[in-house]
Design a protein around this ligand. Structure first.
Ligand SMILES: [Zn+2]
Length: 42
C-alpha cells in the first residue's frame, strides 16, 4: 500500500527529513527510509 509522501502512516502527522536520510515523524518518531517512501519517482 502506498501512502502520501510527507505524512506519517501511523498518526498522519507530517514527516520531516532526517539527518541520516529518509524521514521521521516528530509526533510518534516513526522512521521512514527514503527508498521506502519514494518508489515511483526518480
Ligand atoms: Zn507519526
Amino acid at each position: 500500500m502506498k501512502y502520501p509522501y510527507g505524512n506519517c502512516q501511523h498518526c498522519g502527522e507530517r514527516l520531516y527529513a532526517h539527518v541520516d536520510g529518509g524521514y521521521q515523524c516528530h509526533n510518534c518518531h516513526q522512521r521512514y527510509p527514503e527508498d521506502e517512501l519514494d518508489g515511483a519517482t526518480a
